[in-house]
Design a protein around this ligand. Structure first.
Ligand SMILES: NC(=O)c1ccc[n+]([C@@H]2O[C@H](COP(=O)([O-])OP(=O)(O)OC[C@H]3O[C@@H](n4cnc5c(N)ncnc54)[C@H](O)[C@@H]3O)[C@@H](O)[C@H]2O)c1
Length: 269
């Protein structure tokens, strides 16, 4: 029976809601984050929801912290069945405004954090014939304007997930990749970008979501049960992706006018 899950970025937002969704089925959860106060709150909620587990501070940029987390899962749970590489940060800015440091920071967390999570837990997953769930974004598929470093990191997560889907089939390890559109969480707290105006624009996009982080966790749960590889929780996202596959130029044109609108809004009055 599979009932042990590890989640990075579990101290807030989607990571917390995924923990609670599986806690309701009595799962044991290894909850990791750099935000220890948030982790403590998540564990309390997990226990109230019917699950249990432990918390561990883990910065996904540091491979040794991820291997230590894998060892803790081994020691406390005797292994792991599902890992959710969810920890992430937000960023924005047109390409000419982004520094190389902005790129390094974004890639180190949102892309290499996922690579390192998969690598650190692979030996445990091989034994349990477990599952990898990588949290990417619609940004991976749509390449919205003024977030090229985020787009590239998340597109890398999709490419990694596709590669692992193919390569790990033989070891009977399942792979899923999740691409949500914007939804309301604390993601803006980590935002790194050139201007307060850009941050405010991203904030409005997060608020505009018709679905919550809890809805997304429910959707992931249902799609995993159907063994779906690519999980697109927003209806609008599913429509946009279908449209882009048929007619990419249409989407590029839409993104170009969106970039023009954003530039106009970002200009000082
Ligand atoms: N909110 C959205 O609109 C949205 C849309 C698409 C994808 N996503 C993705 O969903 C995932 C979860 O984000 P969220 O929206 O719940 O945001 P959130 O900020 O509420 O949660 C992210 C968590 O990741 C943690 N974290 C950040 N850097 C870390 C690091 N180096 N090591 C370990 N933990 C770290 C934060 O402390 C935080 O608790 C992210 O990968 C994000 O890119 C979010």
């Amino acid at each position: 029976m599979q009932n042990r899950m590890m989640i990075t970025g579990a101290g807030s937002g989607l990571g917390r809601e995924i923990a609670l969704r599986w806690a309701r089925d009595g799962w044991r959860l290894a909850l990791a984050d750099v935000n220890e106060a948030g982790l403590g709150e998540t564990l309390e909620l997990v226990r109230a929801a019917g699950g249990d587990g432990f918390i561990q501070r883990c910065d996904v940029r540091d491979y040794s912290q991820l291997t230590a987390l894998a060892q803790a899962c081994e020691a406390k749970f005797g292994g792991i069945d599902v890992i959710v590489n969810n920890a992430g940060v937000a960023s924005g800015g047109f390409f000419d405004e982004l520094s190389l440091e902005d790129w390094d920071w974004q890639i180190a967390i949102n892309l290499m954090g996922v690579v390192k999570g998969c690598k650190a837990f692979l030996p445990l997953l091989e034994r349990s014939k477990g599952k990898i769930v990588n949290i990417a974004s619609m940004a991976a598929l749509m390449q919205g304007p003024a977030m090229s470093n985020y787009n590239v990191a998340k597109a890398g997560v999709v490419a990694l997930s596709e590669s692992l889907l193919i390569e790990l089939k033989q070891q009977e390890i399942g792979v899923h990749v999740v691409c949500p559109s914007f939804f309301q969480t604390n993601l803006l707290d980590s935002f790194r970008g050139p201007t307060p105006a850009m941050k405010a624009q991203v904030g409005k996009l997060l608020e505009s979501s018709p679905i919550s982080a809890a809805d997304i966790a429910d959707y992931i749960y249902a799609e995993m049960a159907k063994d779906e590889f690519m999980i697109l929780p927003h209806e609008q996202g599913r429509m946009a992706w279908a449209l882009k596959q048929k007619n990419p130029q249409l989407l590029y044109d839409e993104m170009i006018s969106m970039a023009d609108r954003m530039r106009a809004k970002g200009k000082p009055a």
